[in-house]
Every structure is written in structure tokens, then in C-alpha cells.
Design a protein. Sequence first.
Length: 224
Amino acid sequence: MGDAFSAIGALADPLRRRLYAVVAGRDEGIGREEAAREVGVPPHTARFHLDKLVEEGLLDVDHRRLSGRSGPGAGRPAKIYRRSGTEVAVSLPERGYDLVGRVFAAAVERSLDGAPLSETLAEEARAAGRRDGTAYDGTGGELDRSAGVLESRGYEPTLDGDSLVLRNCPFDALAREHTALVCGVNRDYVGGVLDGLECRHASARLDPGPDRCCVRVEESAARG
């Protein structure tokens, strides 16, 4: 496995970065041929670059039969690539500790004047989300626009029926040590984004799960 500097160097290649993004978007992993189709290169080219990303520790590999069959005649198991847990200085997956740091700092500053910290933290997180939502100039439905804002903050939103699953927590290291606190900030920030976008049918709720953000955005009847 390479060090952090060589991992960053590996991602300087545009094709490798695109392949990394394709793999990162598949929780179940992806085979070489499908990854090649996604980025428009021959399978042997995709294999070369994917294996370089494995060497640098940015991807993991396991093996399974993509046909779903087993036994004689089922063929050899194929390499399946998945994103590893490695983080490097360029933040892959993306982290946003600057955002949560500003929210915490503003909340603590207000609490020194006597305001309850839990309330100021919720208010500052929602205000930060509202600013990002208001500033967004993308088009589309509520989930599309919400995804646009949250993508820019590293949440990796993925459409799942009438909701958005946020596949990455931008504050992961902090969330591991202070789960309830950071999950509350995530919920309030995402709720603020929806407010800033003037969403009437989308809402944010806690929906914890492994290896993803604790918040889900759901589209339903108009909010009151």
C-alpha cells in the first residue's frame, strides 16, 4: 500500500479519479467491465487504473461471480472493486470539518453569553444549512436541488425512491466519537438546506445506518 502522497498522486490522473468516483458510488462494489463502460474506456485500461488505486489503498477488492450462478460452468469469480476506508489529505471521501467547526464555534460563543448550548448549536447548524440552500442556483425538483447542495458539501446523496440516502458523513471522525451530537448537527444542517431551498415537500429525519450519514431526506406531502 502506498503512502498518502502517492495516493494523492494516483488521483491526479483524471481517469483514475473518475473510476474512483464510479466505485465510490456503488455500495455493493463494481466489476471491471461495468466500471469501464461507465467511464468510456476499454476494460483492460480500466483494470490497469483500478489496480493502481488498489495498490495505493484507495480501493479494496473481493471476488464473486457476477452471473449469480455457482457450480460447474458458472465461470471464475470476477474482481469486485469497493472504496476502502482510507482517507488522504485531499479528503476522499470528502470531509467538511471546517463547516462543523464554524457551527460549533458560533454556538459556543453564543452560549458564553448565557444561551443554552443545545439550542444555539441547533440554531447555528440550521442557519448554516439555510445559507447554503439560499445560495444554490440549480434547477429541478426538491430532491434534485437538495442533492445539488448536499453533494457540494460531500454528503454523496443517492436517490432511493422518494428519498435521498446520504452515503457519506462529512464529519465522520467527529461523529464516531460524539455520535448523538454530530447526528443532531447533521439533521439541523440538512433541515436548514431544505428551508433555504424553500422545499415544501421534503423533510430531514434521522435514519442511522452503517457507513453513511445518519440523516435521510424524504419527499412527501407538503410540510406545514
